[in-house]
Design a protein around this ligand. Structure first.
Ligand SMILES: Nc1nc2c(c(=O)[nH]1)N[C@H]1C(S)=C(S)[C@@H](COP(=O)(O)OP(=O)(O)OC[C@H]3O[C@@H](n4cnc5c(N)ncnc54)[C@H](O)[C@@H]3O)O[C@H]1N2
Ligand code: MOO
Length: 401
């Protein structure tokens, strides 16, 4: 089995093997946070007719119109009403925002620039032909490609589907993710704290991160550090696409996760990433199912989730973009103990003079979950970098979707 590999190699290995899950058709009301499985083209134009952007009067403007201009009001067109007659020269229709432009009119003048007495309207400031008319299809033409396969359906994307009358869409089904926390020292929230025990926080942290990625989560109660018990639990996850485990990942006698995965029948792709925090990651594959074992240290588990698991979930979910771009940030303060290994520093993004600066959390220990609260960035400090100086430029990525 490969060991101590670079993050980039791990991503290539894992993402190269993962295939998106199957597709299904859903109502757009159920499509939020889903991934589009098929390009969507519009069957209609939007707006579907020429319309008015203002409350005012529609009429036939001509070059050299007298000022002011007297017109006869022959109809009224509220939004949602089709004009009942055409407009002849010298006539006007009182029109409201969003209403269709009547045939014969070629402009709309603002209500404020007119004065109506009886059925006579005086246009105080005549406008040029073509003024204030929203053309049919201004935003969307019939046949336009609206959204591409692999697009994560955000609220405006679902709004756009609604705007063109699309009631259902083909999406990828939500990936099913199993979540295991291992460790004889763990107890569930709600139980009294006993000597040598700690509460299981990883299941709560990772559950949210998995759901945020648009996946379904299946969590099992805490698993102790025994291979047989772990294998029994792995069997319970037969219906999942990927299983994420925390704890039991390192070199100790009780660090059994990768052995349990191998005995369960996984092909092990690698053990250990050449980075900190969260070095002892392993990945196994059994037929179409993937297993990722992360460090039990709460902050380390979150960091490696961001770096490796989130892209894997995105690939599984059918998303077009699985890895986020990185960018340069300036360090707002230094970090003394960068060490020999590549290190990802958790940092808050602060904005100074229109630039993004990274302010590293004061405590960067692998077990310190609080360091993730308010951290927006993971700053990539290369191996053998030495201490990080304030003002230094380093590459970073955003922590969440
Ligand atoms: N001799 C060595 N010891 C360790 C090495 C090493 O290279 N040689 N690596 C260290 C590094 S780095 C890490 S990271 C940890 C990884 O440990 P494990 O993944 O095996 O995790 P555990 O030992 O099970 O737990 C680590 C730590 O986190 C706490 N924990 C575990 N699960 C949870 C949970 N669900 N909720 C909250 N806290 C959890 C656990 O109690 C431990 O304190 O190994 C080092 N050791
Ligand atoms: O790799 Mo571990 O640095 O402590 O999270």
């Amino acid at each position: 089995m490969k060991t101590m590999i670079e993050l980039e190699e791990a991503l290539e290995l894992v993402l190269g093997r993962i295939q998106p899950v199957e597709t299904e058709c859903v109502l757009i009301s159920d499509a939020y946070n889903r991934v589009l499985a098929k390009d969507v083209t519009s069957q209609i134009a939007m707006p579907p007719f020429e319309r008015s952007p203002l409350d005012g009067y529609a009429y036939l403007a001509m070059a050299g119109d007298s000022q002011p201009l007297q017109l006869k009001v022959v109809s009224e067109i509220p939004a949602g009403t089709f004009p009942d007659r055409d407009i002849a020269p010298g006539e006007a229709a009182k029109i409201f925002t969003g209403a269709p432009i009547p045939l014969g009119a070629n402009c709309v003048v603002r209500m404020e620039d007119t004065k109506q007495i009886g059925d006579e309207v005086t246009i105080l400031l005549p406008v040029l032909p073509g003024s204030n008319i929203i053309p049919k299809g201004e935003e969307i033409k019939t046949g336009d490609l609206l959204l591409k396969q692999g697009f994560f359906l955000t609220p405006p994307a679902i709004g756009l589907l609604a705007a063109v009358g699309q009631e259902q869409v083909m999406v990828y089904r939500r990936p099913r993710v199993g979540l295991i926390s291992t460790g004889a020292e763990l107890i569930e929230v709600g139980q009294p704290l006993r000597p040598a025990k700690i509460y299981n926080s990883n299941s709560s942290t990772l559950r949210g991160m998995i759901q945020e990625s648009g996946c379904e989560v299946l969590v099992v109660p805490i698993v102790s550090d025994e291979i047989e018990e772990t294998i029994k639990v792995l069997e319970m996850f037969a219906d999942t696409d990927i299983v994420i485990a925390t704890g039991g990942a390192s070199v100790g006698d009780y660090d059994i996760m990768r052995h349990a995965l191998a005995q369960f029948g996984c092909e092990m792709l690698f053990w250990k990433l050449n980075l900190k925090p969260g070095t002892p990651v392993s990945v196994g594959q059994k037929e179409k199912q993937f297993f990722i074992s992360l460090s039990g240290n709460p902050a380390a588990a979150m960091v490696t989730f961001e770096l490796l698991v989130r892209p894997a979930l995105r690939k599984l979910a059918g998303r077009r973009t699985v890895e986020e771009g990185r960018f340069l940030v300036k360090m707002a303060s230094g970090f003394g103990k960068a060490g020999k290994q590549r290190r990802f520093l958790r940092a808050q993004a602060v904005f100074k003079n229109g630039e993004i600066w990274a302010d590293p959390a004061p405590a960067q220990g692998s077990g310190i979950l609080r360091s993730m609260i308010g951290s927006h960035l993971l700053v990539d400090v290369p191996a053998n970098h030495g201490s990080v100086e304030p003002g230094e430029l380093l590459m970073a990525g955003w922590i969440t979707d």
